[in-house]
Design a protein around this ligand. Structure first.
Ligand code: NAP
Length: 255
């Protein structure tokens, strides 16, 4: 726990839902929130082994943890899981929409299914989770929504028209829902990571990785913890008057 003046960077007594938290950035956010005292309900979809490992790491921190196998692209499944989490944990205070996939290709060769898959998980998934927690936050008159976008949603990227469209959509959704929920004391913000070392970027071709690294003024890839630190700030009382904002965490990549 750390403190600035009398406002604390802590999440004790809070419950956070984090999507795609079995590994990568989502996992780093879950570990950081747990270190700050939050209980964690996290979603993943495919890799049960990774999810079990993450559950054990979180449990070791002495907080309440539950892992849910749920495809965020499925509206009914998202609704069911949010209802289950509210029944299990009581009030939910924070939603982090982090689950995301890539299916990169130039538009010339991009298959319709690759466009649809990325829009359905990244953008529709963010809608599904937000829509299904919306009334809970409205009724409680408090809540934090943190959407993981990307600098690609701001600047575009050749070979990622599907992903850039989804991430730009997330930024538009963030600002719109921030306007809708501001009067209910619910803040909605986005983080736009640059090039962060995770399974997603490890899977990139060597040449593309080198090009990305060369374009970063700070000359290094970011770590998942860099994003987790920003998410912790946005979830905390320190950020209570920030809404509709998009914070780039990219070592200067998108300057
Ligand atoms: P990652 O290592 O590939 O992890 C993705 C996570 O999402 C996993 O936990 C995965 O769980 C989960 N997931 C995938 N599809 C899902 C679905 N349909 N429903 C529920 N969960 C699902 O990715 P990452 O690099 O940490 O990226 C996390 C977020 O940051 C993404 O939104 C990504 O677009 C964004 N981002 C990343 C970077 C970067 O450089 N890494 C840069 C900008 C933005 P399962 O494997 O169990 O399905």
């Amino acid at each position: 726990m750390s403190c600035q003046g009398n406002i604390m960077l802590e999440l004790t007594g809070k419950t956070a839902i984090i999507t795609g938290a079995s590994r990568g950035i989502g996992k780093a956010i879950a570990l950081k929130f747990a270190d700050l005292g939050a209980n964690i309900a996290f979603l993943h979809f495919n890799d049960g082994e990774k999810a079990a490992e993450t559950t054990a790491e979180l449990e070791a921190k002495g907080i309440k943890v539950k892992c849910y196998d749920c495809n965020v692209a499925d509206f009914e499944a998202s609704k069911k899981v949010i209802d289950e989490i509210i029944a299990e944990f009581g009030e939910v205070h924070i939603l982090v929409n982090n689950a995301g996939i890539v299916r990169d290709a130039l538009m010339l060769s991009m298959k319709e299914a690759d466009f649809d898959a990325v829009i359905n998980v990244n953008l529709k998934g963010t809608f599904n989770m937000t829509k299904n927690i919306y009334q809970h936050f409205m009724k409680k008159r408090r809540g934090r929504i943190i959407n993981i976008a990307s600098i690609v949603g701001i600047n575009g990227n050749a070979g990622q028209s599907n992903y850039a469209s989804a991430k730009a959509g997330i930024i538009g959704m963030t600002k719109s829902v921030a306007k809708e929920l501001g009067s209910r004391n619910v803040t909605v913000n986005a983080i736009a990571p640059g090039f962060i070392r995770t399974d997603m970027t490890d899977a990139m071709p060597e040449k593309a990785r080198e090009a990305a690294l060369a374009s970063i003024p700070m000359k290094r890839a970011g770590e998942a913890e860099d994003i987790a630190n920003t998410a912790a700030f946005l979830a905390s009382d320190l950020a209570s008057y920030i809404t509709g904002e998009v914070i780039k965490v990219d070592g200067g990549m998108a300057i």
